[in-house]
Design a binder for this molecule. Sequence first.
Ligand SMILES: Nc1ncnc2c1ncn2[C@@H]1O[C@H](COP(=O)(O)OP(=O)(O)O)[C@@H](O)[C@H]1O
Ligand SMILES: Cc1cn([C@H]2C[C@H](O)[C@@H](COP(=O)(O)OP(=O)(O)O)O2)c(=O)[nH]c1=O
Length: 207
Amino acid sequence: MGAFIVMEGIDGAGKSTQARLLAKWFEDKGYEVILTKEPTDTAFGKLIRRLVLTGGKEGIIDGSRISHEAEALLFAADRAEHVAKLIKPSLEAGKIVISDRYFYSSLAYQWARGLDLEWLIDLNRFAVRPDIVILLDLPVKESMKRINGRSIKSEFDKIAELQRRVRENYLKLAERFPEMRIVNALASVEDIHNDIVALVEHELFKD
Ligand SMILES: Nc1ncnc2c1ncn2[C@@H]1O[C@H](COP(=O)(O)OP(=O)(O)O)[C@@H](O)[C@H]1O
Ligand SMILES: Cc1cn([C@H]2C[C@H](O)[C@@H](COP(=O)(O)OP(=O)(O)O)O2)c(=O)[nH]c1=O
């Protein structure tokens, strides 16, 4: 049985921590697991890190930052490769795929940047739907404490404000996409892991 599980949430919500623990849980049960992430480590992911995420000189074209539309298209291109080359073949081979971020990140973040949600949903229609999406929900104040050091102090307020919008967007998306399950991420690593395992067992092993 192949299964596709996605971790979503604002920066510092605990996605990579929980993705690792869930991968180990499946491996201990004897499953073959592919633990992956977006942006990917391919040339597309590297391009995104250069043009979008560093905020440095390379993200500036003709004197201004690359447009939010171009950002959304780059994330979608990276995802298209991810789906075609890794996610689909792994699922077809019966593996468990766990991805740290997927198209829900594009909906939550690029929507927060002012893009049209319906356009973003259409753009990502090629992306196979996961069996379950774990939304790690955390107040921004706490996530900012956890990622303290990942950003420069002068940018703190701007980043916190974006994270607030992204968190709200994720909660709205969870009302629209039935595969999304909200997990309270303001708990110990172990308690959150147990909540995720309970959800996964309920969804994937219900028969
Ligand atoms: N439940 C938790 N309580 C406290 N700190 C946590 C918890 N989960 C993760 N962390 C810590 O918070 C930071 C961000 O976690 P990480 O898993 O990298 O989040 P994300 O992948 O969502 O950005 C890391 O330093 C991690 O060790
Ligand atoms: C996948 C994806 C990520 N993002 C954002 C969320 C994060 O702030 C940022 C990078 O993701 P992150 O998980 O921090 O990756 P890394 O640590 O490898 O750089 O990209 C989008 O805006 N749209 C997307 O479609």
